[in-house]
Write a protein that binds this ligand. Structure first.
Ligand SMILES: Cc1cc2nc3c(=O)[nH]c(=O)nc-3n(C[C@H](O)[C@H](O)[C@H](O)COP(=O)(O)OP(=O)(O)OC[C@H]3O[C@@H](n4cnc5c(N)ncnc54)[C@H](O)[C@@H]3O)c2cc1C
Length: 469
């Protein structure tokens, strides 16, 4: 039998797939990366992290100009929203970055192949092109990096006009008068914030009795207070069981905790929501013996290998946080393993950030998880109202919360609801990667005046000796 054409064929060019392909090529593996999308970068670049962050940033500037700068002595008159220009900026950011990925694949001599891939057998990938032609790629290893897609919600049919998924919510042509967001998770809160800042009357309906499921509950409570103050309305403990579209708009059907069914008419009702692993692609892979758990995530071992030798999977289509940087890290590690190196990923060291205002960043264990696991812990809290730089900037809502092991003082979790928390959290991630204790952070000199001083003070607070409160 002749040698396969490739050492590695990666299916999917999202942050997991394209990073894996680049790393594999750097390590000398002959690599191809297949994606059915014309633009590279997957969900993250095309309809996820990047367009949402562009809109979050633009809408934040608009909100700031409307209401946030007067306290700094800066006043505007005749302020106008040009939604078309805002969307054009977002589209340009996306286009530039997707071209950047193309450049990187070329630079690293990765063969980029456009088309829908299916796995015919271990070592064989069939790529069907839009023009009806197909290619058979032979390879030593296959990496499935097919990501995720918006979850269907029973009774709610997405038409991407009146009822939209997160993808449609990134490209609305006008600001809806009213907007109903289904789900108070990260994506719902980010997109709800965008449209609320731009003038929509936003209601967030959530099945649970709290927002931001999975995050530390104290942080969720603080965030809820701030979002309400910003004008977002919340209906918690409500299950959406359907949605209908009429002339006046659309109306979600909700079932309250007590079982009573209510109907509320809303004009311009939209849905955003959770994501699910790319199921139909998994089904194709299943013919080869690749298995998935009951939620549809592909089962892999600690080396990212599926039940079928030679077929690997990473990113959103396997268990773990559905985050771009998690997919990237898994992509790099998997490529290194295929090249004969070793590596592993620890989900407790993957930071998560909600890019609302304030940003909400966290890494490691929540207080609820520690209680559930019976771990005894100490808490250090420090409010930004006592941080000199935060006062100068004028953003004093929020705090740093550090959870440390009661016996060893090792940092187990850090949670920060605060406008620049997404950057501050990196310090906590590095500390935890190095197995730092709260004392280690407390004894590390931090520049003054800087936001990071609040992290140090929270570390001091773990031992009950914060200095500035
Ligand atoms: C609105 C929104 C905002 C988000 N914001 C953030 C954020 O701020 N930070 C963050 O970390 N994460 C964020 N995410 C999540 C992030 O986008 C994903 O975790 C990340 O993209 C997963 O990367 P991936 O490589 O596993 O898959 P994906 O990015 O989903 O890429 C998979 C690729 O595979 C391709 N593909 C699938 N099947 C086939 C096939 N059969 N043949 C060929 N190609 C195929 C798809 O076309 C796609 O390009 C956000 C997601 C959304 C929807």
């Amino acid at each position: 039998m002749s040698d396969p054409a490739y050492d590695l064929v990666v299916v999917g060019a999202g942050p997991g797939g394209y990073v894996a392909a680049i790393r594999a090529a750097q390590l000398g593996l002959k690599t191809a990366c297949v994606d059915k999308r014309a633009a590279l970068g997957g969900t993250c670049l095309n309809v996820g992290c990047i367009p949402s962050k562009a809109l979050l940033h633009s809408s934040e500037r608009y909100e700031e100009a409307k209401a946030g700068l007067a306290k700094h002595g800066i006043r505007f008159s005749g302020l106008e929203l040009d939604l078309g220009a805002m969307m054009a900026h977002k589209d340009k950011v996306v286009a530039d970055l997707t071209k950047g990925v193309e450049f990187l694949l070329n630079k690293n001599k990765v063969d980029r192949i456009e088309g829908a891939a299916s796995i015919a057998a271990p070592g064989e990938v069939v790529v069907s092109r839009n023009d009806g032609t197909a290619d058979n790629l032979t390879t030593r290893h296959i990496l499935i990096a097919t990501g995720s897609e918006p979850s269907p919600l029973a009774g709610v049919e997405v038409d991407e006009k009146r009822i939209v998924s997160s993808t449609g919510a990134l490209s609305l042509e006008s600001v809806p008068e009213k907007l109903i967001v289904i789900g108070a998770g990260v994506i719902g809160l980010e997109l709800g914030s965008v449209w609320s800042r731009l003038g929509s009357d936003v209601t967030v309906v959530e099945y649970l009795d709290h927002i931001l499921p999975g995050m530390d509950r104290e942080i969720g409570r603080q965030a809820l207070r701030v979002f309400k103050r910003q004008g977002l309305e919340f209906q918690l403990s409500q299950k959406v069981t359907g949605a209908s579209v009429g002339e006046q708009g659309c109306a979600p059907e909700r079932r309250a905790g007590g079982g009573r069914r209510r109907r509320g008419a809303r004009r311009g009702c939209r849905a955003t929501g959770n994501r699910t692993p790319a199921l139909h692609r998994r089904a194709r892979a299943r013919r080869t013996g690749v298995t998935a758990d009951e939620r549809g995530f592909i089962e892999v071992d600690h080396r990212f290998e599926t039940r079928v030798p030679g077929i690997y999977a990473i990113g959103d289509c396997i268990p773990g946080p559905m985050l771009a940087h998690k997919a990237e890290d898994e992509g790099s590690i998997c490529a290194e393993i295929l090249a004969g190196q070793s590596g592993q990923i620890d989900h407790d060291r993957i930071p998560g950030v909600v890019y609302t205002w304030p940003e909400i960043a966290s890494v490691g264990k929540t207080e609820e998880a520690l209680k559930e696991q019976g771990v005894s812990y100490k808490v250090g809290n420090f409010p930004f109202s006592a941080d000199s730089r935060a006062r100068a900037v004028g953003d004093t809502d929020g705090f740093v919360k550090i959870l440390a092991d009661a016996d060893t003082d090792r940092v187990l979790g850090v949670h920060i609801p605060w406008p620049f928390a997404g950057d501050l959290i990196s310090e906590a991630v590095i500390a935890m990667e190095f197995g730092a204790s709260a004392e280690d952070i407390a004894r590390t000199c931090h520049a003054h005046p800087a936001m990071g001083e609040a992290v140090r003070e929270a570390a001091l607070a773990v031992a009950g000796r914060a200095l500035h409160i």
